[in-house]
Ligand binder design. Structure first.
Ligand code: SF4
Length: 339
């Protein structure tokens, strides 16, 4: 088994706001190995993107409270100087954002924007060297006629091509880890499939580790090796991809899966939903944060209302739930009555 390339331990992030302290990430721990694809899944506000920003070393403003550890190989990102993290950003670890249009500057040619990422880490490169490198990476991400289109502006590209440009910017320095934050949400389904294919190919050929942040379980099923499910800033389940879909070990994961329509669903069948809404991060419920929405809490007794469940092993996965192994098995066989 290869070594962990990234280790996140007991990461907590909160923001001081005029309304109070927003607890965005709470005691989060996970790791990723070289060449592995990890999916981070959860509703809006579950802490996925804040976790990504923390890993990228972007949470430097004065109103952020950050604790715990984020180790990229042996380099500690939490508490490191911005100048040190900047050297890693783009070269060792890179990020693809959700909306390619707002990630690109409409006034600059595509080639200039991709080349800038290379020049930052190769200040001595000649203009010809940078141009050749840009053309090479444009071809790598499947942009046709790269020699001509290097001089185009973002508005001359389609949505899918713009996302390829953003991926090219992220990949031009051969990062060890690529964080893709909802990279296909703004794209239509056909283009979405092309971008996922592209990312999968790149991961195989370059052995890049990918952290894929998404709320789309279809994307997760296509792409990832392992899934981390987050709720209200905490990890509630970590399992490999097959286990998540065949036998989830947390009621929230089961709720997310039930909310996905399958091909054999009857046309008029009502889509299942998780009751209620995610909690305010200013005022997270006591005990298990999912308890106001959980249909199984009566089976775990009063603990759910008073005691935060910690991640522990159940079978081959990790879950943060007070339900017993037997009750989780019954839940998956739909034998555990819900309220
Ligand atoms: Fe539901 Fe209790 Fe498990 Fe939370 S700890 S998910 S409330 S059963």
């Amino acid at each position: 088994m290869s070594k962990n390339i990234l280790e996140v331990n007991n990461l907590s992030v909160s923001f001081n706001t005029s309304d109070g302290q927003v607890h965005a990430v709470d005691n989060l721990s996970f790791n990723i190995k070289a060449g592995e694809v990890l999916g981070i899944v959860g509703e809006s506000g579950s802490g996925k993107s804040v976790t990504a920003s923390a890993i990228m070393g972007l949470l430097t403003s004065g109103n952020v409270n950050l604790s715990g550890s984020i180790k990229l190989n042996d380099f500690e990102i939490v508490g490191a100087k911005d100048s040190e993290v900047r050297k890693l950003r783009g070269s060792d670890i890179a990020m693809v954002f959700q909306d390619p249009l707002s990630s690109l500057n409409p006034y600059y040619k595509i080639g200039v924007q991709i080349g800038e990422a290379y020049e930052t880490h190769h200040p001595d490169a000649s203009k010809a060297e940078v141009r050749n490198k840009v053309i090479e990476v444009m071809k790598k991400v499947g942009i046709p006629e790269a020699e001509r289109r290097i001089d185009s502006y973002p508005h001359e590209f389609s949505g899918g091509m713009r996302q390829r440009v953003v991926i090219a910017i992220a990949l031009i320095n051969d990062p060890k880890i690529l964080i893709a934050d909802e990279p296909t949400t703004a794209l239509d389904v056909t283009v979405q499939a092309q971008i996922l294919d592209l990312m999968r190919d790149l991961q195989k050929t370059s052995n890049t580790s990918i952290i894929l942040i998404t709320h789309d379980l279809g994307v997760v099923a296509e792409m990832v090796d392992r899934v981390l499910v987050m709720y209200a800033g905490r990890a509630v389940e970590v399992s490999d991809i097959k286990a998540i879909f065949s036998a989830p070990i947390h009621p929230y994961t089961k709720g997310l899966l039930n909310a996905v329509r399958s091909l054999d669903s009857a046309i008029r069948e009502k889509l299942a939903t998780i009751p209620g809404t995610p909690p305010s991060l200013l005022n997270i419920p006591q005990g298990c944060a999912f308890n106001p929405r959980c249909s199984y809490k009566q089976w775990a007794g009063d603990k759910c209302l008073v005691q935060k469940p910690e991640l522990h092993e159940i079978g081959n996965g990790l879950t943060a739930c007070h339900l017993s192994k037997t009750d989780i098995e019954r839940m998956n066989k739909d034998e555990l009555p819900v309220v």
